[in-house]
Write a protein that binds this ligand. Structure first.
Ligand code: URA
Length: 428
């Protein structure tokens, strides 16, 4: 491989130039091997954040990150595979009911997931609220669970998948360079392509609780990722979905497992059910199963049976009581009227401050911490009625959570909130 100098590469991007394929290959390889130092990569990430990358650069950057590690291969399991990736939001527990639901239709779901950082929760943290459940599986265990087992796996992505991204994502997180379309698209797609799924549906969140605050930016991110997937031979589609208000009525680890079980039992909040079914239909469609009646599989217990099998195969007890936080606090409506707004970011930060999320990678999370929402936009309330219940194991956290919630919920006298569909657009 040609030899370059990190300083020259930073300068090219700083001045708005395009990096050559050789420069990109060298950069990712040298960073993975520790030849390029974190301070140099931080400067390059900021230059990319400010100057962007063109489509060719993003495709090569993604490919180089895939080549930095191993690729999984599910061709031996004898079933089509489909996965979903969400760009992250508040109350987004969709993976939990979705994976077993899709598996009901003979499509295997290899969902290699991560932990939460900042105000958005992590799928593994949520499932670890279930007593006995194990996130770490060997490749053989993953293959067995997908092939002869329940057909769905939610587990930790091994350290061999796109290791360049692992280092770079941690660096971006502490250098304020996360919210770059080029860097987000290449980060997500390098992991998903290396994971080896045949079909991929992206849930690109839009709104205050998401990375992408406006529809145009979300569209561009979705388009970039769909193109990267297609070019790599993965059938890819993106849904742009609303994240201006939290999803569902429960936020936090055990609380989100609880709500997912409500959905698997045929109930649950309508927005969670709508998004779960819409994503399931799209995953199945891309995997070659058209016109699947996914609502029926939720209503008749088939998805619940798969969930119980999936949790059990990973050592969890689906019947064990979920952990509860030791302290609760109710936030009451100061006036009557209609709830017309509930800011997703404020609610997510409050849940995080209650102990449901972590500030740094090494922090533990509280299984029982989080927020229950009693009234969502569009619903009428009377003065003194509970709007939220806060849950935490540390009473001192409540004050800081309440600070984040100040002004987050808007109640209007006689007002009404426009009913909004969760799914805003599809990019394919
Ligand atoms: N999730 C990722 O995996 N990478 C990003 O850059 C952002 C969200």
């Amino acid at each position: 491989m040609a030899l370059f100098d990190a300083v020259d590469i930073i300068r090219v991007k700083r001045d708005g130039g395009a990096l050559t394929p050789d420069q990109i290959d060298w950069t990712i390889d040298a960073y993975t091997k520790g030849v390029i130092k974190d301070e140099q990569m931080a400067a390059l990430a900021m230059a990319i954040f400010l100057r962007g990358m063109d489509r060719g650069e993003i495709a090569r950057w993604t490919d180089a990150m895939i080549r930095s590690g191993a690729r999984m291969d599910f061709s031996g399991i004898g079933k089509p595979t489909a996965d979903k990736h969400s760009t992250g939001g508040v109350g987004d527990k969709i993976t939990l009911p979705l994976a077993p639901l899709v598996a009901c239709f003979g499509v295997a779901v290899p969902q290699l997931s991560g932990r939460g950082l900042g105000h958005t929760g992590g799928t593994l943290d949520k499932l670890e609220a279930i007593p006995g459940w194990r996130a770490q599986l060997s490749n053989d265990e993953i293959m067995a669970q997908l092939g002869s087992g329940c057909g769905a796996v939610i587990c930790a992505a091994g350290s061999g998948l796109a290791p360049a991204d692992k280092r770079l994502y941690a660096l971006r997180d502490i250098t304020s360079t996360v919210e770059s379309i080029a860097l987000i698209a290449s980060s997500i797609m390098s992991k998903k392509i290396a994971e080896g799924t045949g079909a991929l549906v992206l849930d690109v969140k839009v709104g205050s609780g998401a990375f992408m605050k406006d529809l145009d930016a979300a569209r561009e991110l979705a388009r970039t990722m769909v193109d990267l997937g297609r070019d790599a031979g993965v059938a890819t589609r993106a849904l742009l979905t609303d994240m201006s208000v939290p999803l569902g009525r429960k936020i936090g680890n055990a609380l989100e497992v609880e709500e997912s079980i409500e959905v698997l039992a045929g109930g649950g909040p309508s927005d969670v059910v709508e998004l779960t079914c819409e994503l399931a239909r799209n995953m199945l469609d891309l995997a070659g199963v058209h016109d699947a009646d996914v609502e029926a599989a939720l209503a008749d217990g088939r998805a619940m049976d798969r969930w119980r099998a999936m949790i059990g195969e990973q050592g969890g007890d689906p019947d064990a009581p979920l952990p509860r936080a030791t302290h609760t606090h109710q936030l009451l409506a100061e006036a009557g009227g209609t709830v017309v707004g509930m800011d997703a970011l404020s609610v997510g930060v409050a849940s995080w401050r209650l102990g449901a999320g972590r500030a740094v990678k090494e922090d533990p999370v509280q299984a029982g911490a989080g927020i229950e929402i009693h009234a969502k936009p569009g619903e009428a309330v009377v003065a003194g009625q509970p709007l939220l219940t806060l849950h935490t194991d540390d009473e001192w956290r409540i004050e800081r959570a309440l600070q984040s919630l100040s002004g987050a919920i808007e109640i209007a006298d006689g007002g009404s909130a426009e009913p909004r569909s969760v799914v805003l657009e599809t990019v394919s």
